[in-house]
Design a protein around this ligand. Structure first.
Ligand code: AGP
Length: 607
């Protein structure tokens, strides 16, 4: 939930880490700070609010750590902002994660005379390390010993005024180390912190530590055994420019407009001679042939992507498909065994609840397939196989291109399993993959409606509530549309199964509460028209997402947003696009902070 950006090498460190921090602000942005190592002291500057270079003048240094915060323990104050210092101010530390036993540790440290300056759990760690250093341990050993005493999750970066070193440690929170070309090193919560410097990255695994010595290089250790370990370097495929706005007003709009290319990349090389070609899951072939049930675990938009695919998977594979809120699944005692395929869907690959849920499935013998957008992410590395979205960095907190690429990949996975289990004939598969390959063009058609959607947004942006309704596979799309609107415009929006409205929620309908219907000309079209009539009869305004030529809905609805006609399996991917744009334009008219909505962060790495 927080962002860490650090540097050690021959360049002036402060500007480097600050630029990296700005790239990470989407991870959390209620306060920030930076510490630079000088010859005789560590200088720290912190501030509440957003990062701006002008407010932080720091002396030249070759070693710096910095942090942008999403508060978990302790209010949003300068004192609680990271970095945190040891009592003697010779050590500075930044942290992403939660120290669960900080209360006991803090009591022990205070009994030894340590003075705390903040309410955070994080500060405990720097005093714990100070204990080790005061006991004569070099920085690395002191950090290692402290990590062994900590219960909880961490990504630490620690520096000392007495050593030309930086120590990085990780358990449960992501951290990436960028390998510079001049013997310098970058540290980031994810690669967007340093991608403009280097595409070579090392990802620490849980309970691993890196010791970086200026001018001497880097070594990796296992925290539990203290033994040195080898780590491989990953070449990141993303282009640094992709992570910038490229002329769009917001990252979210850029990412909405990128969806045709993102879908094209997601399926590129994964369809050969009309059949799915998913080498990433070859290792699961025998398991997939015998899979009897599919459980999809995810959160938020990723969950709705899985929910959308349920309809196709169940219909095509004739297998039970369960959609599970990861945050609920992880605390139940799910009935899962080695006949169950668990699919973990996660853009960031770091969502704590989804990670915990997949671990629950693995413990019970299930094989886990991850669908992730971030290379080397924890969920990707802990799963038995992973298929990357290849959507490029998704910076806007509201997930858009990740959703449409997730649904596209899930469709391919379903077709692949269908062929393995001889549930679908090749001819049908080829029809669907052929339609999938035309999808980028059809998504472009859906995007071309953006001006008309902007006009519709002008009519409704001052409303306080909205309903999003659909039947069948359009129902999770309605849920996703509601989530988009509420998370970036702060309007209350509720997604609901259209047929369920008459069982209570229709009492909400009046002239002030517009209803958005996902009502394409598919198998539920006629029934959904009845639900539209029910809303209209109660003076509710109706915005319909439907196909050109759907004359009935055009007659009844107050506004219609048209989507291209595609095969039924692909409707959700084109139908979600107008809902993304509608939410975007309403939020823009309400002058909301679209890329960094209040109270949110891009990657929810806390429980
Ligand atoms: C979606 O717009 C939200 N930002 C949020 O619901 C998000 O989808 C959820 O936190 C899951 O994130 P993940 O895909 O990175 O696991």
């Amino acid at each position: 939930m927080c962002g860490i950006s650090c540097y050690i090498g021959g360049e002036d460190a402060a500007p480097i880490v600050l630029r990296g921090l700005r790239n990470l602000e989407y991870r959390g942005y209620d306060s920030y700070g930076i510490a630079v190592k000088l010859s005789d002291k560590i200088e720290v500057k912190k501030s509440v609010g957003r990062i701006s270079d002008s407010s932080l003048q720091l002396p030249k240094s070759n070693i710096a750590i910095s942090h942008t915060r999403w508060a978990t323990h302790g209010g949003v104050t300068e004192a609680n902002a990271h970095p945190h210092l040891s009592c003697d101010e010779k050590l500075a530390l930044v942290h992403n994660g939660i120290i669960e036993n900080y209360t006991e540790l803090k009591k022990e440290l205070q009994a030894k005379g340590h003075k705390f300056r903040s309410e955070t759990d994080t500060e405990t760690a720097v005093h714990l390390i100070e204990e080790g250093v005061k006991g004569g341990k070099p920085l690395m050993e002191a950090v290692m010993e402290a990590c062994r005493q900590i219960v909880g999750t961490f990504a630490f970066s620690v520096i000392s005024v007495d050593e030309e070193k930086m120590v990085v440690a990780r358990r449960g929170s992501p951290i990436a180390i960028g390998i510079g070309s001049k013997g310098d090193f970058f540290v980031g919560s994810d690669v967007t912190a340093f991608l403009h410097h280097t595409k070579k990255s090392v990802f620490l695994d849980d309970d691993q530590l890196a010791m970086i010595e200026k001018g001497e290089g880097i070594k990796y250790f296992d925290i539990k055994t203290g033994k040195e370990v080898e780590k491989k370097i990953t070449e990141i495929e993303w282009d640094p420019a992709e992570a910038q706005k490229q002329g769009h007003k917001h990252f979210m709009l850029k990412e909405i407009m990128e969806q045709p290319i993102a879908i094209q990349k997601a399926i590129q090389g994964r369809i050969k001679d009309g059949l799915p070609c998913l080498e990433e899951i070859d290792s699961l072939e025998e398991f997939l042939k015998n899979t009897k049930r599919i459980v999809i675990v995810a959160c938020g938009t990723a969950l709705y992507a899985g929910w959308t695919s349920e309809y196709f998977l169940e219909n095509a594979l004739r297998l039970p498909v369960e959609i599970e809120y990861a945050s609920e699944y992880r605390y139940r005692n799910p009935v899962v065994d080695d006949s169950v395929l668990t699919i973990a869907v996660s853009q960031s690959g770091e969502t704590a609840d989804t990670l915990a849920a997949l671990r629950e499935s693995k413990k019970r013998g299930s094989k886990v397939l991850a669908i992730c957008n971030v290379m080397g992410s924890t969920i990707a590395r802990e799963s038995d196989a992973v298929i990357y979205n290849r959507a490029g960095p998704e910076i806007g907190v509201a997930s858009t291109k990740a959703f449409t690429t997730q649904v596209s990949i899930l469709l391919l996975v379903g077709l692949h399993i269908g062929l393995l289990q001889k549930k679908i004939d090749e001819a049908k598969v080829k029809e669907i993959t052929s339609a999938l390959q035309q999808l980028p063009e059809q998504v472009k058609e859906a995007l071309a409606e953006k001006e008309s959607i902007q006009e519709i947004a002008k009519k409704y942006y001052e409303k306080k509530n909205a309903l999003f309704l659909g039947r069948g596979q359009n129902f999770p799309i309605a849920l996703e549309g509601a989530l988009k609107l509420k998370e970036i415009s702060y309007l209350h929006a509720e997604g609901y199964a259209a047929a369920e409205m008459k069982h209570g929620p229709i009492a909400l309908v009046d002239e002030e509460t517009p209803s958005v219907f996902v009502v394409p000309k598919d198998r539920s079209y006629d029934k959904t028209l009845g639900n539209v009539e029910e809303i209209k009869a109660r003076k509710g305004n109706v915005i319909a997402v439907s196909n050109k030529g759907a004359s009935e809905i055009a007659r009844i609805a107050d506004d219609v947003i048209y989507i291209p006609t595609v095969r039924e399996e692909l409707i959700p991917i084109v139908a979600v696009v107008p809902l993304q744009l509608l939410a975007y334009y309403i939020a823009d008219l309400r002058n909301c902070d679209i890329d960094k909505p209040r109270n949110l962060a891009k990657s929810v790495t806390v429980e």
